[in-house]
Design a binder for this molecule. Structure first.
Ligand code: DOR
Ligand code: ZN
Length: 343
């Protein structure tokens, strides 16, 4: 049987929510990953160190017995964030980054940033304190075509940020376009990017294959095939600027199968297996360990993990949902087979 052994991976971008959903989804991530960067877009958003520490405690309480999973906390950047809070975050061993959402760009982003130059003092404080800024890179102009929002953000906002703050450490999250990939490649070593499994496995046709398919809807939205090819090339290139970040984003099934469905794909149930499929298709399984287990830790200046996980080439069928019948989450590839399985 074909087996693949890797240093245990980390997920550098995930939504695990709180309350009942947290309890459903956390075991999936804790089984596969040693650590994960936890997104702060709760309702209300996690904007202070005190809130992040309380959220961290809730996560630790929800972990399966004997789990050694470590949540890496982030704070949600708003126009009201105090410079003193940035300093406090930098001094905390538990806070690893700030997340910036353009206001209105995605789920729970209302408290995000509407005017980038208005937060320059905060970006200066992040740069000075050497705390990474994690960016949801899409413009929010409703007149901008949804497929162009990332490219436009890179051209306008991201260029401005990197020109003004050349030493700011930035992760451009969930890149989806050739333009974003090229920008990251050409930027300094303080700029990196995460790539999701859905953007490696699917192009935008998946959204409309024989009908409207809400479980493939996430933001940034799936793009055309040429962009997917650029992402595959970047992820499998061995360039340490690109690393694993699932952006697994659970929403209850009825809120996605809805006249106005929520954005987010749930992938935590099979994250490393989904990446293994994508890397295998690209004949680059030998590049998976760097992408999944080394480069993110190096960027965040954390030690690489030493435990290992093994995958076997065994197919298994993904359940139709996780949770109970009334409140559940439909995973990516629900009811379909996946060819790799964690031992
Ligand atoms: O599809 C998405 N879902 N994109 C995001 O940026 C946020 C996420 C969520 O929190 O549901
Ligand atoms: Zn996200």
């Amino acid at each position: 049987m074909k087996t693949l052994t890797l240093i245990k991976p980390d997920d550098w971008h995930i939504h695990i929510r709180n309350g009942a959903v947290l309890k459903t989804v956390l075991p999936h991530t804790a089984k596969q990953f040693a650590r994960a960067i936890i997104m702060p877009n709760l309702k209300p958003p996690v904007t202070t160190v005190a809130q992040a520490l309380a959220y961290r405690d809730e996560i630790l309480q929800a972990l399966p017995l004997r789990s050694s999973f470590t949540p890496l906390m982030t704070l949600y950047l708003t126009a009201q964030t105090a410079v003193s809070e940035i300093k406090k975050a930098a001094d905390s061993e538990y806070i690893h980054a700030f997340k910036m959402y353009p206001a209105g760009a995605t789920t729970n982003s209302d408290a995000g940033v509407a005017n980038i130059s208005g937060i320059y003092p905060l970006l200066a404080a992040l740069e000075k304190n050497d705390l990474p800024l994690l960016i949801h890179g899409e413009v929010t102009d409703p007149n901008c075509d949804i497929f162009d929002r990332e490219r436009q953000f890179v051209d306008s906002t991201l260029t401005k940020i990197t020109n003004n703050f050349p030493n700011l450490r930035i992760v451009l999250e969930h890149v989806t376009t050739t333009e974003a990939v090229d920008f990251v490649i050409n930027a300094g070593s303080n700029m990196a990017a995460t790539i999701t499994p859905q953007h490696l496995l699917y192009n935008r046709n998946a959204l409309l294959a024989g009908g409207l398919r809400p479980h493939y809807y996430c933001l940034p939205i799936l793009k055309r095939e040429s962009h997917r090819q650029s992402l595959i090339k970047a992820a499998t290139s061995g360039n340490p600027k690109f690393f694993l970040g699932t952006d697994s984003a659970p929403h209850l099934t009825h809120t996605k199968e809805n006249a106005c469905g929520c954005a987010g794909c749930y992938s935590a149930h099979a994250a490393i297996e989904l990446y293994a499929e994508a890397f295998e298709h690209a004949e680059a399984l030998d590049k998976l360990e760097g992408f999944a287990s080394f480069y993110g830790a190096d960027f965040y200046r954390l030690p690489r993990n030493t435990d290992t996980i093994s995958l076997t080439k065994t197919s298994w069928r993904v359940p139709l949902y996780y949770g109970d019948e009334a409140n559940n989450i439909t995973p990516l590839k629900a009811g379909e087979e996946i060819n790799w399985k964690i031992l």
